[in-house]
Design a protein around this ligand. Sequence first.
Ligand SMILES: [Fe+2]
Length: 454
Amino acid sequence: MANPFTLGVASGEPLPDGVVLWTRLAVDPLGADPRRPGGMAPRSVEVSWQLAEDERFTQGLRHGTAQALPVWAHSVHVRVAGLKAGTDYFYRFKAGGRQSAVGRTRTADDPASTRPVRFAVANCQRYEHGFYTAYRHLADERPDVVLHVGDYIYESRQSATVVRALGPLPGEASRLHEYRQRYARYKTDPDLQAAHAAAPWVPTWDDHEVLDNYRGRGDGSAAFLRRRGAAYQAYYENQPIRVRPEDGNLQMYRRRTYGTVADFLVLDARQHRDAVTMLGAAQEQWLLSRLVTSPVRWRVLVQPLFFARRFVPGPAPNLRADSWDGHPAQRARILGVHAPGLVVFSGDVHNAWAGELKADFLDPGSATVGVEFVGSAITSRPPETDGPAVLAANPHLRFFDDRRGYLSCTASLEELRVAFRGVDFVDRAGAPVRTVGEFVTKGSGLTSENASSK
Ligand SMILES: [Fe+2]
């Protein structure tokens, strides 16, 4: 067999005693034949895996086998349990006489742990818009966990101007083999592979994993639900997640807890959305009860969309209906909990922002009930944005930067620190990275540190 590990390796969903190990076999990753995704013949392939506490696979070695099935595009999701909490592990796969790269992963901290948590946040990585240099720098930091807040792929037809071409199937993806091939295109990137091999990921999705600005069941047609089901299946096949799609649905909202320090409340802002709410009733109830009962220092919302009110001066519409400004009542109920240590991470807008969450956004004197950090894009081009004008019109927003990049964060019992990491260019490889803004919160407002401007 030709090398089947062209899409790299990944791990995810860390618990104190386990992780999911992932790979997907693809001897011809960009193969466009719907019956042979990744160029793989339609039969199952045995994949063996190893996991150990050292990179030479001598300490505490565990191993097993899994079947890579054609029905799941030859992906494997190995749920390893019985591991030590807060511990680094290394893993690799073997199939068809070939060996994969080695990945590093890490279990979540023990429930009693007070150890600081180092995490990164990334989003919006349109392939044809540039190089994933930011991911190379993120990988070098080897965080405990990487949170991805959506637009992992773009279903859209290839942009008119490209830094690098999508290759075969450049049209809009709407069928299973097209989504599969789109993931394969993205995952052949060595910097993205490095970021997956450096740390476990906890991803959630936004709209472009399916269709621009879709919500819930779309128009309710059988055709849309078929398309959504295909997109969800391809998502599962290409992410190191625990849960499989069933009947066209995929359970996405969940929590990942690190000791007494951080409760990452991962939200699904698309699948359950309707005309009235962003999250749907069941997910809101789950979130509100967790915000009340969570025993940790930081209650961290991990979700795709700009959460604070953001009034954009100029011609209407001044508020964006696809973001939380389209669902202010549900936002008010979440903020109304007054959960201590509330922090929101988001993305979607392709520029970096930071701000304070207010009990009443129209009253700058009202209580500050949390903070928000909006990550820029890994590559996706930003819309025309007059950052200074938006900052002036929204006193609770405190920071704007228009470079591509990611967030590098540390949560401890004392404080939560967020560095906005930016690269100056993505139209060619090799950009250095630097901190373009740094913020600290101790649980109420936001303090700026070491902010540098262009
Ligand atoms: Fe995006």
